[in-house]
Design a protein around this ligand. Structure first.
Ligand code: G3H
Ligand code: 13P
Ligand code: ZN
Ligand code: NA
Length: 308
C-alpha cells in the first residue's frame, strides 16, 4: 500500500538526506519519476496540486499512482500539495492520499494555527500525515535587508510555537526560495542561519523546502534554442539543496524542473521532426528526459539512493 512520510522522514533526518517530492499531472510524468526512483531504489513522494486535480481528475491520478506502486514496489507517499482549505484536505484524506498539505500561510498566525489544527485532527484520525506552512515564499532580490527578511521569512521561534500548537507532522518554511522559473534577480541566496535556528528549536522535526527547482540551464537553453522564450530563468543551485538536505530539510519539492525537462524535449523533437504527429514519438523522449533529471536529483542532490 501507499505509505505515509513518517518513516521516510525519520530515516532522512537521521541520515542527512532528503526525499524528493515531485508534482504529477499525467501518466508520462508519473512514469518518468517512478522509473528513476526504481533505478535508484529511492523512497518517493508523488504530489498532486489543486490544479493537477482539476486538470487530470483526482481518480485518474490516484489510479496512476497505485499503478506506479504496483509496478515499482517502492515506498511511495501520495501527497496533496498546497491544499488551501479544510475541505480539499478532507477530500484527499477520504480519497486515498497518505499525506496532505494545508497551506494557510496567507492567513495570520492564529488563523493559520486554527485551520491547520482542524486538518491535523481529521487527517490523524484517518492515519494521514499533515504538512503546514509558515512564512511567505518569495524570491530574494539583490539588496534585501534584514527588515525585509524578517517580514517575509519564517521566524524560528514562531515555527516552534506553531508546531507545538498544531501537532503538525512537517513544516514548510520560507528561507528565500519561491515557486516557478524566476527565483532570484541577482545571486541566489538561502538563509541557512535561519534554517539552522529552526533545527535547533525543533530537534528531530522534518522541514520542507518548497520552490526548490534548480531551473537547470541545459533545459532552459534547449527550450530557447527550439522556439521557446524564457529568458533570465534562475533557480536554486544544487549545492545549496545538497546542504539543506544534510540539515533538517527532509522533503524537497520539485515541479518546475519536471516542466522544463519535458518541454525542452518536446520542443526539440517537434522542431527536428516537423512531419511527425504521433504523440508517443514526442512524449516517449519527454518521459525519458524526466527520468534522467529525476535520477540525477536523487543520486547527486537529494542523497536518497538505496535508502529503502
Ligand atoms: O506550488 C506549485 C506547484 O508547482 C504546482 O503548480 O498549481 O500549477 O499545479 P500548479
Ligand atoms: P518549483 O516551482 O521550484 O519546482 O517548486 C515546486 C513546489 O514547491 C511545489 O509545491
Ligand atoms: Zn510549493
Ligand atoms: Na535532511
Amino acid at each position: 500500500p501507499l505509505v505515509t512520510t513518517t518513516e521516510m522522514f525519520k530515516k532522512a533526518y537521521e541520515g542527512g538526506y532528503a526525499i524528493g517530492a515531485f508534482n504529477v499531472n499525467n501518466m508520462e510524468i508519473v512514469q518518468g519519476i517512478v522509473d528513476a526512483a526504481k533505478e535508484e531504489q529511492s523512497p518517493l513522494i508523488l504530489q498532486v496540486s489543486a490544479g493537477a486535480r482539476k486538470y487530470a481528475k483526482h481518480i485518474y491520478l490516484v489510479k496512476l499512482v497505485e499503478a506506479a506502486l504496483e509496478d515499482s514496489n517502492l515506498p511511495i507517499a501520495l501527497h496533496l500539495d498546497h491544499g488551501d482549505s479544510f475541505e480539499i484536505c478532507k477530500d484527499c484524506v477520504d480519497g486515498g492520499f497518505t499525506s496532505v498539505m494545508i497551506d494557510a500561510s496567507h492567513h495570520d498566525f492564529d488563523e493559520n494555527v486554527k485551520i491547520t489544527k482542524q486538518v491535523v485532527e481529521y487527517a490523524h484520525a484517518h492515519g494521514v500525515v499533515v504538512e503546514a506552512e509558515l512564512g511567505r515564499l518569495a524570491g530574494v532580490e539583490d539588496d534585501v535587508n534584514v527588515a525585509d527578511k524578517d517580514a517575509r521569512f519564517t521566524d524560528p521561534e514562531q515555527a516552534a510555537e506553531f508546531v507545538a500548537l498544531t501537532g503538525v507532522d512537517s513544516l514548510a518554511i520560507a528561507i528565500g526560495t519561491s515557486h516557478g522559473a524566476y527565483k532570484f534577480k541577482g545571486d541566489p541566496y538561502l538563509d541557512f542561519d535561519r534554517l539552522k535556528k529552526v533545527g535547533e528549536l525543533l530537534p528531530n522535526f522534518p522541514i520542507v523546502l518548497h520552490g526548490a527547482s534548480t531551473v537547470l540551464p541545459e533545459f532552459v537553453a534547449k527550450c530557447n534554442e527550439f522556439g521557446g522564450n524564457i529568458p533570465g530563468a534562475q533557480g536554486v543551485p544544487e549545492d545549496m539543496l545538497r546542504k539543506a538536505a544534510t540539515m533538517s530539510v527532509c522533503k524537497i519539492n520539485i515541479d518546475t524542473d519536471l516542466r522544463l525537462a519535458m518541454t525542452a524535449s518536446i520542443r526539440e523533437y517537434l522542431a527536428k521532426n516537423p512531419s511527425e504527429f504521433d504523440p508517443r514519438k514526442y512524449l516517449g523522449p519527454a518521459r525519458d528526459a524526466i527520468k534522467g533529471m529525476v535520477a540525477h536529483k536523487i543520486k547527486n542532490v537529494l542523497g536518497s539512493s538505496h535508502k529503502l
